[in-house]
Ligand binder design. Sequence first.
Ligand code: UDP
Length: 324
Amino acid sequence: MRVLVTGGAGYIGSHVVKKLGEQGHIACTFDNLSTGNRWAVLYGDIIVDDLNNMEAIRRTVRAFRPDAVIHFAAAIVVPESVADPLKYYANNTANTLNLLRVLQEEKIGMFIFSSTAAVYGMPEQMPIDELAPLAPINPYGTSKMMTELILRDMAAVNSSFRYVALRYFNVAGADPKAQIGQAYAAATHLITRGLKTAKGFSARLQIFGTDYDTPDGTCIRDYIHVDDLADAHLLALKSLADGRKSDIFNCGYGHGFSVREVVTVIRDVTGIPFLVEETGRRAGDPAQLVADSTKLRKVLGWQPLYDDLSFIVKTAWEWEKKLS
Ligand code: UDP
């Protein structure tokens, strides 16, 4: 298939482009390189432009004629979204609308959307299944929820448009061959921060909040290896190509680790007993997010290979050591 990948130069996008290429699909990346890198795109062309530029999207779609679009390009940092909500509604919601307008004009009928567990807010039931109410507690989650609703409404009136929304839990790790990985220097995520601290890039790792209603007081997340998540995209693509209906899937393993547990694993894997500082809560963080991914396994046949936090951290560490 011909697949247009927005954000294909970014962390998750580049792992999906790699898999698309390995499986014989033709990928074309559209990326503004704000956090991504040209070298991370191992297959296909890259168009460097922004989704706020509808003419550039139109030109790209008309030239490439994709069968399907996988849409990663977005801003993804929860505390930043609290501080600068308009950036999130512009990048994540309005820019997606630009893309969808062009896809409607050009009659491109298959769409895979990077959604997030943040659409659930602070769910009452754990693990969370896809029927849990959408109640985001930060602008990042709201910006993604709004896009999901736009997709729902668009598909309802247009039978030749189908989509899969994948709700990512906490994506981590790197290509096991260490060809690509998280390369955005200012990345704020826990495992990347921990590894950079182990490398000596900062004096200590901060733990944001130790008074949550969890066994050790720190937040619990479901960490999923980026290659297992990439596989979910390839399965979603196949399901759309096979004519299946629009659908929504959680992407996580179904069990969580606290921030303290993650710190212990990072120290073990790196062998570096870096310092930790316990500080106050970070804005917008729910106490616990753990996926019920039964649907992804049953409906799409997802069989994850790397459900092992030590392995996830190990792949991220091997990659991190290659970065300067
Ligand atoms: N976290 C932390 N220190 C850091 C980065 C993150 O204690 O330097 C915590 C954060 O408050 C959250 C968890 O780790 O409870 C996961 O955060 P991350 O930013 O990795 O992902 P998010 O769940 O926000 O998407």
